[in-house]
Design a binder for this molecule. Structure first.
Ligand code: SAM
Length: 273
């Protein structure tokens, strides 16, 4: 039995014992592992940090995706930065979007996840509305000419290829790609152990967007369980979406975790920030 040890932040590590390592390789960008544990099933690990697990991926992906897609009243185009496991893509495609563009830097992550964690993406990569681009998200947002209603930043933490995805320049470039009423959500770290990171994301978003906030979801395999997501919006405020609107927008979108109660609860931050 082996341990996956994630050095989360100053003075804190999360260790998880796993029954087997099913894949261990190194791409041009990072170390990629797939491990299996009794508690969480198969999990994707990049540079020793657990990215997603079969057992709890749905709380993270549903809250990252549905909260902004419901906040925008009529999203047609979405952009995902990162998200190589395909979970964010799969949840996005549950909405009647015209097109979802996913820009992932590491083809190996996509291929390894499709092989070892096929349940997380389902049929998302074959959906005709999907456009997968294997390139650096930073370069993409700097040069793209398209418009999006929602941008979802499903990145690794700010180390390795993900560092610049947390910069004010990146958020500013995203804002130029967003429609006049668009919004962006980014995963912004552990509420317990990465408070500096969450604060930094909020601070950087504030330099660009008039409406900025943070919400959370429980993601048991992530360090500290309480995981944060931060949004920057040009017009629509997630805090003003009513329960009735959420219920109505979910009529044809099946979820296990996201709904009116978790939307509202997620926006209530535990007294930590
Ligand atoms: N849910 C995860 C978490 O919070 O830990 C993130 C999952 S997803 C696998 C993160 C992806 O972001 C990785 O596949 C990584 O290759 C990708 N990524 C990192 N830097 C990137 C960049 N500059 N452009 C595009 N994708 C990037």
């Amino acid at each position: 039995m082996e341990w996956i040890v994630d050095l989360v932040g100053p003075g804190v590590a999360q260790a998880m014992q796993v029954d087997a390592i099913l894949y261990d390789g190194r791409s041009a960008f990072q170390r990629i592992q797939v491990a299996a544990s009794r508690l969480f099933g198969r999990m994707l690990v990049l540079d020793d940090a657990i990215q997603t697990t079969e057992r709890d991926e749905y709380t993270y992906h549903e809250m990252l995706v549905h909260l902004p897609l419901v906040t925008h009243p009529s999203p047609r185009r979405a952009l995902i930065i990162g998200g190589g496991d395909g979970g964010t893509l799969e949840e996005s495609l549950k909405h009647p979007l015209q097109k979802v563009t996913m820009v992932e830097i590491d083809r190996d992550v996509v291929e390894v996840c499709r092989r070892f964690l096929p349940g997380i993406s389902g049929a998302a990569f074959e959906d005709p509305r999907t456009r997968l681009l294997v390139e650096d998200g930073i370069a993409y947002v700097r040069t793209a000419r398209e418009r999006f209603d929602v941008i979802l930043v499903d990145s690794t933490d700010p180390k390795g290829p993900g560092v610049a995805l947390f910069s004010p320049e990146f958020y500013a470039a995203c804002a130029t790609l967003l429609s006049d009423d668009g919004l962006l959500v980014a995963q912004s770290g552990s509420l317990l152990y990465q408070r500096d990171l969450t604060e930094m994301v909020r601070r950087h978003l504030r330099t660009v967007f008039p409406i900025v906030g943070t919400y959370w979801a429980p993601v048991p395999a992530y360090p500290g369980v309480l995981w944060s997501f931060s949004y920057g919006s040009k017009r629509f405020d997630p805090g003003r979406v009513t329960g009735d609107t959420i219920t109505q927008r979910l009529t044809s979108v099946q979820t296990r975790f996201y709904g009116p109660a978790t939307h509202a609860a997620g926006l209530q931050l535990p007294a930590l920030l």
